[in-house]
Design a protein. Structure first.
Length: 206
């Protein structure tokens, strides 16, 4: 049996979370290696791109979160076979990466600098990106982003919207997504009710 080890930060979110969820939904055994941030600081020089996530497949390391999403998505039956639907899936995956890049620029800021940066983000790039994702969801039929079924695109959007509404991102209102794009908020709630996703987060609370 192939041995999969996924290495990422010890958080319930971020770039590896949708990969973890795909493993769980597909009932695919994997080693969930979680690093504390100080550990990452000590080991980052050993990583191919000085970044996480990293997946080790029978000892061979592979990187890049969306590549890993697609790979595990295929293993779990959560990635479209149709070329056009796969393109739609990839478009949503990359749009979420754009959100992550925008948010990442504000990490490490403090006080007024963070407040100003986050407020500008909400008024500008975040509004644009969430409205774009809302359009992709509408194109997909309103329930899923591609293939008229659950794919890794839904998982990645779910993880990002969940983070935006959780309340731990200072100066980003928890009501922002609901007020701007109610369909995305409803999508997040619906995906979160998937039995394996609900069970995963219930197990994390122990």
């Amino acid at each position: 049996m192939t041995h999969y080890k996924l290495t990422y930060f010890d958080i319930d979110g971020g770039r590896a979370e949708s990969i973890r969820l795909a493993f769980h939904i597909g009932d695919i055994p994997f080693e969930d290696e979680r690093w504390a941030f100080p550990e990452f600081g000590q080991k980052r020089g050993t990583l191919r791109f000085n970044a996480l996530p990293v997946m080790t497949i029978d000892g061979a390391q592979v990187t890049q979160s969306n590549a890993l999403n697609r790979y595990v998505g295929r293993l779990a039956g959560l990635y479209p076979q149709d070329a056009l639907q796969a393109l739609y899936c990839d478009e949503a995956l990359d749009a979420v990466e754009d959100i992550g890049h925008q948010l990442g620029r504000t990490f490490g800021l403090k006080g007024d600098a963070m407040r100003d940066a986050r407020e500008a983000l909400v008024k500008g790039p975040l509004t644009c990106l969430l409205k774009g994702l809302d359009q992709l969801l509408t194109r997909g039929g309103g329930q899923y982003f591609a293939d008229e079924r659950l794919t890794v695109a839904d998982l990645k959007v779910f993880v990002q919207v969940r983070a935006l509404t959780a309340g731990y991102l200072d100066h980003i209102p928890t009501t922002f997504v609901q007020e701007l794009t109610p369909a995305l908020a409803a999508h997040c709630a619906r995906i979160g009710e998937h039995p394996r996703i609900a069970a995963y987060y219930a197990s994390r609370k122990r």
